[in-house]
Design a protein around this ligand. Sequence first.
Ligand code: SAM
Length: 327
Amino acid sequence: MLRKLNILTLDWPLRQERLFPRVQPLIVEIGFGNGDFLIHLAQTRPDCNIIGLEISSQSMDKAEAKIEALGLDNARPIHSRGETALAHLFAPESVREFHINYPDPWFKKKHHRRRFIKRETVDLLTSRLTATGRLLLATDIREYAEMAHGIFAKTPGLSNQFDSPWVNSRTDRFRTKYERKGYREGRRGHFFVYHRNDEPVVHPPLIEELEMPHLFLHSPLRAAEIVDRFQATRRKLGDVHVAIIHAYADAKRDVAVFEVVVEEPTIEQHTMIMLAPRAEAGAYIVRMTSLGQARATLGMHRAVEAVGEWVAGLDAAGMVLERKIRG
Ligand SMILES: C[S@@+](CC[C@H](N)C(=O)[O-])C[C@H]1O[C@@H](n2cnc3c(N)ncnc32)[C@H](O)[C@@H]1O
């Protein structure tokens, strides 16, 4: 069985040699759906390694099963938002091609921010392309095509391969499942092919994992008393949102565990933070746990700090003693 891959268990940045038998130029498909296009890429481009990114677990299962059944060793699906992988997995100038086929449109105006093609994402895509890299997008929604054209045309580092903003027919193209359905129902694709030109671009830095955060505190309260006083809370710390949603105590071990949701611009983590006693009476450490596969991001540093400060603030005699938290 193929080991299931997800953004939280992989190396940041990605190490090809851990996933593939050969290190080869990388092609990435974002939002691969049923995986047919991904498999077509793997079969027709044996000299490249193909990575698919998906947020749907069902799509992941289907693609994994097909890749395994076909014995393809140059394709691996990864459970991740495309945006997260661009920020944490792929170093600048490391991807030969990006394929984005029929991204979700998010029609309502209030949801436009969730659209995959937007300024920040296109800048990241451009930065991650190699010197001869290409970016290919297909959409059957005219409004989405116009929006994408508006962004691509103003992106330093990208040049349109066509004389028109897009083309409506590409005879050389393998059709995705969504595309085949669209054709049966009379919808037509708008196809974009851009290549990396030699204009310099600003590279948004690859976000690597930080050292583990921790905070030492003193409190006269026992873990069970701390949990008794718990109320769900939400904090905004810069561009990080930390929601502490549940607390559980193990009274015998004097341990408390806090369930947190940490939202950062590039990643969202739903995990646990632990409060555990130290040797000295009333002293505790607050730290991440191995439960929930969390990664030590700036947001997790903020979350450990938020839990520690909340616990220390519960009693007048409580205080933070020391913190290893990124500022
Ligand atoms: C309309 S479907 C198209 C599927 C496939 N590309 C095709 O053409 O048949 C959009 C796909 O993108 C996935 N998706 C949506 N947002 C995503 C994101 N931010 N990162 C990765 N995948 C995403 C969805 O789960 C879905 O499978």
